[in-house]
Design a protein around this ligand. Sequence first.
Ligand code: NAD
Length: 324
Amino acid sequence: PHYREPTIILFDGSQLPQIGAGTWKHSDEIAPKAIYTSLQLGYRLLDGACDYGNEKVCGEGLRRAIADGVVKREDVWVASKLWQTFHAMEHVRAAVQKSLEDWGVEYFDLYYIHFPISLAYVPFETRYPPGWYYDGESEVRHSRVPIRETWEALEELVDEGLIRHLGVSNFNSALLMDLLKYARVKPAILQIEIHPYNAQLRAVDYAQSQGLAVTAYSSFGPQSFLELKMSKALHAPSLFMQPVVTQIADAHNKTQAEVLLKWAVQRGLAVVPKADDVRLQELNLRVGETSWMLSEEEMERISGLDMHLRFNDPADEFEGCHIF
Ligand code: NAD
């Protein structure tokens, strides 16, 4: 590729690509091509998950790119996430192996616990990916597996070389603090929802102070959730029309999307924007260029939009649900 993106140095010295390609909601038709073009453009991190239901088709794009000599396996960070129905010691390995097979790779560079909530086991044959609901419709059924059990199972897979780095997603600072008390393999990355409406200033500070890198997901705020017709998102003002963001975008002759990513990247966060369109993919990747930067005052004005508004909040799924 003609452009090398910036990286974030992890605690073990390895370099995490700062701008990765998100894969949530990539359709079967689009995924192989979207992955292929992103690798051609120079993306070197693919952010997948069992839950996205598209690891096989994303893997198809990766395999094709490797076969065509676009990238070498070792130059790409392939990331996946453990779904909560597989948190029990006896299910972790099979879940990781299934995702590895779907991607067509021998190891994951990065593997996250997707949410810190364990749910009742659903066999692959019943439904894959299992989603939130035990019956596939509305019943949220918990399991009694604590995070520590899941973490220890994942540590074994690190020992065996199936996983290079562990990460946690959707963990708050208290959960992370607890994990750090027993983790033999330290978490390298925290991935959480971060955009100007949910700036997460303290959670980022805490994770970074403990040596973790932080990845921001859903950088465009409500945008991603409009596709799901989520009422919270439909009622939130679009960040693409937000006056502060628009004013700053105009001042730099950039789009609002680029400003939103730049705000995250300048905070030292990794981002994983998802785009089908090769033109948007390229625009997003090039946010890593240092030819333009936001001033401190602009950064603060954007952070000032924070209203602790989280779109991807599991508590919404659990309304009226008693654990046991
Ligand atoms: P996103 O913020 O990346 O937004 C995606 C939407 O923005 C799409 O509609 C896309 O077409 C549009 N878009 C992309 N680039 C644009 C541009 N330059 N200009 C205008 N529109 C643009 O949303 P996301 O997909 O929710 O988050 C990114 C990735 O983060 C996901 O794909 C996934 O990999 C990851 N993620 C992780 C979790 C988690 O629980 N760990 C949750 C959500 C997302």
